[in-house]
Design a protein around this ligand. Structure first.
Ligand code: R2B
Ligand code: URA
Length: 309
């Protein structure tokens, strides 16, 4: 911690539980995790969530239910086939499922939607006294100079200005939070990929854009005020700085997990090669199959973790 965050207090206790450094939380009688539909008074959060080790987030509710079902198979957990309960059902914004040590939840599209639930789940891990949780984002993206259907394990996040930070205005001033990810988890996840997978798995930077169209240099949005040459020059600059894919959460996900002292990794499939086009053309069947690829990669890491420990 000290090497990477000189002079900053470590947000972790000796036993690996999260230490939130926000003193204001101590003054709350009850903390309502509004978007999760949970609170610290009505629910025994350590009993409900104390055994969590992996928090896996992804855009859609359906995909994250599938991921929970998949992890129940992979880890050979009880109640296979039983209907999973959406633990956030009072709130309705997101979906969250728990299978043994795995929490699987949706975060919607884009940074504000993702950080809203990410911050509540960080507090949930704190109240539940979870030790050393590892966070994953399993997602979709547009690739840069790699075949469509490839998987990217992110080594860092980049914002829309080609900086390795997540920029957020706080009290009228923009903060620039470093968008770094845990390099060990990244390497370990990547090392578990296999030639037999039927798709390539790459390590590289990931741009978290604040927009799907112009923010990702697309020419096919309702508005476009630059040329194809401008687009290609921008995508080339991204590629030159080691960025392999573009999605809409990486910078903030990297920055907030880092600020919380939580090891985290982002694993995304690429739906297209952005150097060749903008439209997402594969069939629904192909896209559904491709979306399982990050789950397979992360599922393998989680299974491997429990075999080792
Ligand atoms: C990838 O896909 C979504 C946009 O289609 C967005 O959430 C992302 O990061
Ligand atoms: N998600 C994105 O944000 N961009 C793409 O090109 C594909 C999926």
């Amino acid at each position: 911690w000290d090497e990477l965050h000189p002079g900053k207090p470590c947000p972790k206790n000796a036993d690996g539980t999260i230490k939130l450094l926000n003193k204001h939380l101590d003054n709350l009688d009850v903390d309502i995790l509004y978007h999760l539909g949970l609170d610290t008074k009505t629910y025994d959060l350590p009993a409900m969530f104390g055994d969590v080790k992996f928090v896996c987030m992804g855009g859609t509710k359906v995909r994250m239910r599938e991921f929970a079902e998949y992890m129940r198979e992979v880890l050979d957990l009880p109640n296979k086939g039983a209907k999973l309960v959406n633990l956030t059902k009072h709130s309705q914004r997101y979906a969250m499922y728990k299978v043994g040590p795995v929490l699987s939840l949706s975060h919607g599209i884009g940074i504000p939607s993702m950080t809203t639930v990410l911050q509540e789940v960080i507090k949930l891990m704190y109240y539940a006294k979870v030790k050393d949780p590892i966070f994953f984002r399993v997602g979709t993206s547009g690739g840069l100079a790699i075949p469509a259907g490839s998987v990217v394990v992110s080594s860092f996040g980049v914002n829309g200005n080609l900086e390795k930070t997540y920029d957020i205005p706080v009290l009228g001033k923009t903060r620039k939070l470093p968008a770094f990810l845990d390099q060990r988890v990244c390497q370990e996840v990547h090392s578990l990929s296999s030639d037999d997978d039927g798709f390539g798995t790459y390590i590289g930077g990931t741009m978290g854009a604040d927009d799907f169209y112009r923010g990702q240099a697309r020419l096919d949005g309702p508005f476009c005020d630059y040329s194809e040459a401008d687009k290609m020059a921008f995508l080339r600059s991204l590629t030159d700085m080691g960025v392999r894919n573009i999605e809409m959460e990486a910078s903030a996900f990297s920055a907030f997990t880092r600020e919380a002292g939580i090891r985290a990794s982002i694993v995304c499939v690429t739906f297209l090669n952005r150097l060749q086009g903008d439209q997402v053309t594969p069939s629904k069947t192909t896209l559904t199959e491709w979306q399982r690829r990050p789950m397979l990669v992360v599922g393998r890491y989680i299974a491997h973790y429990f075999k080792k420990n």
